[in-house]
Design a protein. Structure first.
Length: 580
């Protein structure tokens, strides 16, 4: 898509920016699109998932559509129209079936990660979600612990469907997908109200309990059309893709929709960007060549390390690769440069590395770098997205308006009102700047998240998101991530999560790099005075790693008060490196 911008500058410095490219016409009823695509695609594989023996199990579009109609009929027969269907399960073909069946039956589908049912928090988040959404039916992974957790918080009248065999009086998914469909399910699909809430998506909850974002079919259809208009066939959603991103997350759900709507084959990756699970992603990438790859920056950092040490994987990975996409945070420039160097050695050309900026409230990505650019950034708006950039201390607060923007937060009228300005623009809470103020066509750069910014005890603001990205760029590939400490403290300290064992030699090397980093900084708000290794490593069960693989800074700090106290002790112990 060409860069064609309409830019208006207000007297107060506010900039209104949008693309002159027109959003293509599209069918807002995505369920009808998916079912028609399945009818036309027939025996092609819609999904592939590993079995317990390690083999790939395939589900064709024909069988997918048949089971969606059956499951949709089961739901119509037992669940009131417009009620909530909650899904507490990891990605699988069965989850895709029940997800689309819930939409087809006119329910509000609420996907929830299994970590929420396994967290060591007395099920606080799960109780909150259930209290808000009041599910009338639940689909649960075939795990006694998860089933028991869910049953302990839902209404006794709530219908429970389980993967595999029935547990504790639940209904097995096989029984649900064997239901004989009637004309009622097809009537339901064809008469869906595309403007009402069809999906409830959880926010990350990194700064508190999650909000439930109301998305309509029209919102989701518009966002998919924006992705197609912006990036076009280069992404290859109609081909094969391999993806781990959870379907209860905005980016993962977007991949699921696009693959089904365009007739692609989605290989479900059981790996994640964590030390104990990334090996599964490596295993899959050794076997399957895909035209595009999608991950969070931490995942790309781990991928780059793996590729540099595995010639077989490099050959398979770059064989068909046309584009690499990241999101969720800024990608360190050093990681991008290393990827491009390997791509050139393997293929004789550089492969585009782009991003899809978005939020749960925007359905998924709605900005992207769809033009030539050798710098890390977040790009420019997709068609039909209007941007308002409000000046904030040398940066801009980012506000968005368009057909993909959420309907609001479930049962949160005050928070919904606060989320929009007087002109109906959604306040993202993110800060941006231009790559070049004189050349806006080069796009925007992420410049921090307002919730990640904090004050030291002397009143100086720390631009946490921006500083973290700079530190990761300097410390890659030695570390997986870093955590800045902390508000109302006299100086900045750093917890580092090394790529492998935090040996004394490695920590000395990290300390040397951070000392050198400090020499390029100005003021206490960007200089690191002390650092320590993040011990123990972040734990998803303690809600320290989000479903999309990013660290939850506040939870990590709260769970390591002794370590943080040492960072600010008058005489710290040997675990702390004093840099100046």
């Amino acid at each position: 898509m060409p860069v064609d911008l309409d830019i208006k500058r207000e007297p107060d410095g506010t900039i209104l920016l949008r693309s002159n490219n027109i959003l293509p016409e599209h069918e807002p009823n995505i369920v009808r699109v998916i079912m028609e695509r399945a009818r036309c695609t027939g025996d092609k594989a819609a999904f592939a998932a590993r079995t317990s023996t390690g083999c790939w199990r395939f589900l064709t579009y024909k069988d997918f559509a048949t089971q969606v109609r059956s499951a949709g009929q089961w739901l119509i027969d037992r669940v009131p129209h417009g009620a909530t269907l909650m899904i507490v399960a990891d990605n699988s073909p069965e989850v895709a079936i029940i997800f689309v069946a819930g939409l087809a039956a006119g329910l509000r589908v609420l996907p929830v990660g299994t970590g929420t049912a396994l967290a060591n928090d007395d099920l606080l988040r799960l109780r909150h979600i259930v209290a808000k959404s009041k599910p009338a039916a639940v689909y649960v992974d075939n795990s006694r612990q998860i089933v028991d957790s869910v049953r302990s918080v839902i209404d006794v009248k709530c219908a429970v469907i389980t993967a595999g065999t029935a547990i504790s009086g639940s209904t097995a998914i096989g029984e649900v997908t064997s239901t004989k469909p009637s004309p009622a399910i097809d009537e339901s699909i064809n008469n869906l109200d595309v403007s009402r809430t069809a999906c409830l998506m959880m926010t990350s909850g990194s700064s508190g309990l999650p909000k439930l974002v109301k998305q309509s079919l029209a919102n989701m259809a518009a966002n998919t059309a924006q992705g197609l208009a912006t990036l076009g066939p280069i992404v290859g959603w109609h081909e094969a893709s391999l993806d781990w991103l959870p379907w209860n997350h905005a980016a993962g759900s977007a991949v699921l929709r696009a693959s089904l709507m365009l007739g692609g084959t989605l290989y479900i990756d059981g790996g994640k960007p964590t030390p104990d699970l990334f090996g599964e992603t490596v295993r899959n990438l050794r076997e399957i060549s895909v035209p595009y790859f999608n991950n969070v920056p931490l995942g790309y950092s781990m991928l780059t390390d793996a590729l540099e040490n595995d010639a077989e994987m490099r050959k398979t990975f770059f064989k068909r690769m046309r584009i690499m996409i990241y999101g969720g945070a800024g990608l360190p420039q050093s990681v991008k440069d290393r990827l491009q160097q390997m791509a050139f050695r393997e293929t004789g050309r550089y492969i585009p590395v782009t991003t899809g900026y978005g939020a749960t409230e925007t359905v998924a990505g709605c900005l992207s770098i769809h033009f030539e650019c050798d710098k890390v950034g977040i790009g420019l708006p997709a068609p039909a997205i209007e941007m308002k950039l409000v000046p904030v201390e040398g940066r801009y607060a980012l506000l968005l308006r368009g057909p993909n923007i959420m309907l609001g937060y479930l049962d949160e009228p005050e928070l919904t009102a606060q989320a929009f300005d007087e002109d109906g623009y959604y306040r993202t809470g993110d800060l941006v700047r231009f790559q070049d103020d004189a050349r806006p066509e080069l796009g925007l750069v992420f410049a921090g998240r307002q919730t990640e910014e904090f004050k030291l005890s002397n009143g100086t603001w720390v631009y946490g998101g921006q500083l973290r990205t700079q530190l990761l760029d300097a410390l890659t590939p030695l570390v997986q991530d870093v955590v800045l400490c902390d508000e109302n403290k006299p100086y900045l300290s750093l917890l580092v999560w090394p790529n492998d064992e935090a040996s004394t030699e490695k920590m000395d090397q990290i300390a040397t790099i951070v000392r050198e980093f400090n020499t390029r900084q100005k003021g206490t708000a960007s200089r690191i005075r002390r650092l320590a290794s993040l011990v123990p490593p972040p734990n998803p069960a303690e809600s320290e790693i989000s479903e999309k693989g990013s660290l939850v800074r506040r939870k990590i700090i709260e769970n390591r008060t002794d370590l943080v106290d040492q960072l600010y002790a008058d005489k710290p112990d040997g675990s702390v490196f004093v840099l100046f």
